[in-house]
Design a protein around this ligand. Structure first.
Ligand SMILES: Cc1cc2nc3c(=O)[nH]c(=O)nc-3n(C[C@H](O)[C@H](O)[C@H](O)COP(=O)(O)O)c2cc1C
Length: 468
């Protein structure tokens, strides 16, 4: 059964021993995020801060910092591996389920409009000392609509709290909300937007996923849940809003106005290097929220946080899906490690069937929509190696790989956040495809050192006798 809302997910986490309620008073200013980050580094549970200084409502963190909690979000066995979740994601999303309009809107239990709007009434944390301010949107979903086609997009883009009625945006070039904003600019109209904090966990996962343009994340969330997402019409904007959301902020973004945004501790573990930059911002018209709304945040910063886990699952699944759509035979598994935020490194195992097959897979990966952005290193391994088994991958890199068989691509689309490039030259990245397979065309292949199967069976049968 899918979760109806964030509350049901939190309840499940608690039942599974995956949640800790923090009852002691904690400051939203750095203290809360530091507790969350250290807890994540120690492999701790998700946290519900119930006593944030100066606030009555709670803050929820570290939802996806472990694979077991990601598995619970997808209603999969807790013991699932990240790759099992990716495989399941690819399978489930084949049949999209559009959202369902409903009348009941728990998210409207409290409504503030016009002068009554005050975003400071929510326990918005400041995460890192060098951050430009408090961040309202981390585990956030922004809903916008293409003014020409009506395509509704859900995206996770951070939002800085500038004052009671203003949120700064950070739509990176080419992201779907930014493409839509370009269209509103051409029309000389403000872009209506709804911001959701705290929804069914699957909805946040799809908002953070890189899905193809013109596809609504609502349909994909429905597919992953096996049931439609229930939506209501916005109060001041013509957008579908998740009915059971904790907090919804409505307003508009003027495409011609900017305010300084940032800096923010990025998922690379570094600051972007450009400091505060002029970016479009949202003027808030209405806020509505459930009683005792749960404010959901993620820590971001240096890997591995739940942001990295989210990206590893959703980006990896998208890359896998796009490779399958290319109908290349033999692809066994795809793994995009969370240490690389699911974006910078992809490891793909393939059952080679013809000469050049491994390199075809590598070049295909960087040509997908997913891989064409930021992906710098593709490692292709034979199908006897699980791509998530990094010890075996390193073995293949040591004993199957030859640097001369790697291909370097000099110019590709980069993320502006990649600190391995100079701050003023981050549009273009190079890429490397590392073919760590045994070349298919070799007549004489290296002879593997294997245990004798008969003797192996026999000694395994004597294990108790030998080791007690
Ligand atoms: C916690 C978190 C914060 C993110 N912040 C941003 C951001 O500020 N700007 C951005 O362009 N992408 C950000 N992303 C990545 C986008 O969510 C991701 O690229 C997604 O695909 C965007 O949606 P779209 O494909 O509909 O454009 C963030 C992802 C996560 C998980």
């Amino acid at each position: 059964m899918p979760y109806r809302d964030l509350r049901e997910f939190i309840k499940r986490l608690e039942m599974e021993g995956e949640l800790r309620r923090i009852k002691a008073e904690v400051d939203w200013n750095l203290e809360l995020s530091h507790i969350a980050k250290i807890n994540e580094e120690r492999g701790g549970p998700a946290l519900l801060f119930e006593n944030v200084r100066g606030y009555k409502s709670p803050v929820f963190t570290s939802a996806f910092a472990s694979t077991s909690r990601l598995a619970l979000a997808m209603d999969m066995p807790k013991s699932s591996h990240l790759v099992d979740l990716m495989r399941e994601w690819v399978k489930r999303t084949a049949n999209k389920i559009p959202p369902k309009w409903v009348a009941d809107a728990p998210c409207r239990q409290n409504v503030d409009e016009g002068d009554k709007v005050n975003l400071l009434k929510f326990p918005v944390p400041k995460f890192y000392p060098r951050d430009g301010g408090r961040y309202f949107g981390t585990a956030v979903i922004e809903i916008t609509k293409d003014p020409d086609t009506g395509w509704v997009n859900l995206g996770t883009y951070r939002m800085q709290l500038l004052d009671e009625k203003t949120l700064a945006t950070n739509f990176i070039k080419g992201k779907h909300a930014e493409l839509m904003l370009q269209k509103y600019r051409e029309r000389k109209e403000p872009m209506p937007i709804a911001v959701v904090v705290g929804a069914d966990p699957v909805l946040f996962l799809v908002a953070a996923a890189r899905l193809p343009a013109f596809e609504s994340e609502y349909d994909i969330a429905g597919a992953l849940r096996g049931e439609p997402v229930e939506v209501v019409k916005g109060l001041t904007v013509d957008l579908p809003i998740p009915a059971t959301a904790e907090i919804v902020v409505e307003g508009e973004v003027d495409p011609f106005e900017t305010k300084p945004e940032g800096p923010f501790g990025e998922y690379t573990g570094y600051y972007s290097g450009v400091g505060a930059a002029p970016r479009p911002f949202m003027k808030v018209k209405a806020v509505y929220y459930r009683d005792n709304p749960i404010f959901w945040v993620t820590t971001v910063g240096r890997a591995v946080t739940d942001t990295h886990m989210t990206m590893a699952l959703t980006y990896g699944a998208t890359l896998w899906q796009e490779l399958e759509a290319m109908k290349i035979p033999g692809i066994k598994a795809v793994y995009c490690p969370p240490e690389g935020a699911g974006r910078m490194i992809a490891i793909i195992s393939v059952k080679q069937m013809y000469p050049g097959h491994a390199m075809q897979v590598g070049t295909a990966a960087i040509s997908t929509e997913m891989g064409a952005y930021g992906l710098k290193t593709v490692i292709v391994v034979d199908d006897d190696i699980d791509p998530w088994d990094l010890s075996r991958v390193l073995w293949a890199l040591s004993f199957r790989f030859q640097p001369i068989r790697a291909e370097i691509i000099k110019r590709g689309r980069s993320t502006p956040l990649d600190p391995s490039l100079p701050v003023d030259a981050r549009d273009i990245t190079s890429r490397i495809i590392i073919d760590a397979t045994i070349p298919f065309e070799w007549k004489e292949k290296p002879i593997p050192v294997e245990l004798d199967p008969e003797v192996r069976k026999r000694v395994e049968g004597r294990w108790k006798e030998l080791f007690g």
